[in-house]
Ligand binder design. Structure first.
Ligand SMILES: *Cc1c(COP(=O)(O)O)cnc(C)c1O
Length: 438
């Protein structure tokens, strides 16, 4: 291989997926094999002892899954990656690779609702406590970091209210405290932001969203920078002998690969939330066109946001791409190609107007997902964030009248035509709106 540093689009098409050496197949072969034959009993023993790399059993590794991992790691600028069954599996495996009972996490209060519940209920029951803080309040973040804190967790673009994380400042705080910064980069994708370039140590994804890109695949991934000092003493799960691997010390044995190795051979092995090779294969197709799709998602989102901003029925639009957004300067720094295609707005008529609006739409599908090629709409307070208490809703910036859009790849004039119909229906149920209009 030449030592040329290829561009993002070239790596999206070529990294991890060269022509198949055995058959010449140009597309990535799909290996739907659960297990792989050993060369000899000695080879088998070496593989099981982690003294040689190779395929054993698809729960912990598979050649098609490995191609997806290598492609995504290349696009994020990481050392390597681990694919999982879903985004929530990627988060769980990340946390369980660094934390155990009695440990502590600091997390942004503006997170995907399922993440808040995973941390505040399921991890809490496992004895891992989380302190949620406003991610923009760096003093609060610093104050929340403790002796037993094992990670700081934020989203590049917070769900649902679109706040942008100051990744470099948060990384500096995390590193002062000896903990890794974990960034959920689902809404940005590596096309719009590469958190590792700004100091993040671990990137997690719900590949279910823009990476798959068509609303057809569940998947997740963990990418690591390879730069975090796992052996420095703050992470005993990685730097002391593990009973889960006959006394292996991951930091001593694997150096910069310690985290990814433990995540794979202990935590993924034991949790079992592995991705199907079929899904990894589909996600490779998604990555190949990510750099074509994201600019169009952003362009359509900008046009839709500008349209909504100009309408008197609309009380507010929260999209960091807008010049008067409080997060606009962070968006310019971390998301120079656009602040994604998921954002929220509120109608003057509150909850009833919101409901009438959503029900009148024809092209925008009312469902719980984002990052589809098709445009999507939802009312977070009654759906994705329903399990949250009022206090958690407020802390996460989820207002009762909030409508969330995931702008797709349709002709934007058609999307706006549909939104006009929704606004007309909202006015019909909330007559106060027509006063606001006058
Ligand atoms: C959807 C989502 C998740 C969870 O991912 P799944 O693939 O549904 O498990 C996590 N974080 C964000 C930001 C998401 O949008």
């Amino acid at each position: 291989m030449s030592d040329r540093r290829f561009g993002f689009r070239t790596r999206a098409l070529h990294a991890g997926t060269p022509p198949d050496g055995e058959t010449g197949a140009r597309a990535l072969p799909l290996h739907l094999s659960t297990a792989f034959v050993f060369d000899s009993t000695e080879h088998a023993a070496e593989l099981f002892a982690l003294r040689t790399y190779g395929n054993i059993y698809t729960r912990i590794g598979n050649p098609t899954v490995a191609a997806f991992e290598e492609k995504l790691a290349s696009l994020e600028g990481g050392l390597g990656a681990l694919a999982t069954a879903s985004g929530l599996a990627a988060q769980l495996i990340t946390i369980l690779s660094v934390a155990q009972q009695g440990d502590h996490l600091v997390a942004s209060a503006n997170l995907y609702g399922g993440t808040v519940t995973q941390f505040s209920v399921t991890l809490q029951r496992m004895g891992i406590e989380t302190t949620f803080v406003a991610p923009g309040d760096l003093d609060a973040v610093r104050a929340a970091l403790r002796e037993n804190t094992r990670a700081l967790f934020v989203e590049t673009i917070g769900n649902p209210n679109g706040n942008v994380a100051d990744i470099a400042a948060l990384a500096a705080l995390a590193h002062e405290a000896g903990v890794p910064l974990v960034v959920d980069n689902t809404f940005a994708t590596p096309y719009l932001c590469r958190p590792i370039e700004h100091g993040a140590d671990i990137v997690v994804h719900s590949a279910t969203k823009f990476i798959g890109g068509h609303g057809t695949v569940m998947g997740g991934a963990i990418v690591e920078s390879g730069l975090f000092p796992w052996g420095a003493g703050r992470h005993p799960l990685l730097s002391t002998p593990s009973p889960g691997y006959h006394g292996l010390n991951f930091a001593e044995t694997f150096g910069e690969y310690a985290f990814l190795q433990r995540a794979r051979v202990e935590v993924l092995r034991d949790v079992g939330a592995s991705i199907s090779p079929m899904n990894a294969w589909l996600l490779v197709q998604g990555l190949e066109t990510l750099a074509m799709r994201m600019p169009q998602h952003v362009e359509n989102a900008r046009a839709v946001a500008a349209f909504l901003r100009g309408r008197s029925e609309v009380a507010w639009v929260s999209y960091a791409d807008l010049p008067d957004s409080p997060d606009h300067s962070l968006a310019e720094r971390y998301l120079p190609l656009g602040a994604g295609a998921v954002f929220t707005f509120g109608l003057h008529g509150g909850r009833d107007a919101g409901r009438a609006f959503i029900e009148a739409l024809e092209l925008w599908s009312h469902l719980a997902n984002v990052g589809d090629a098709k445009s999507l709409v939802i009312h977070p307070a009654s759906t994705t964030h329903q399990q949250l208490t009022d206090e958690q809703l407020r802390a996460g910036g989820v207002l009762p009248e909030m409508v969330r859009l995931s702008v797709g790849l349709e002709d934007v004039d058609d999307l706006i035509w549909d939104l006009e119909r929704g606004l007309a229906a909202a006015v019909a149920v909330a007559p106060a709106l027509s006063d606001a209009r006058a």
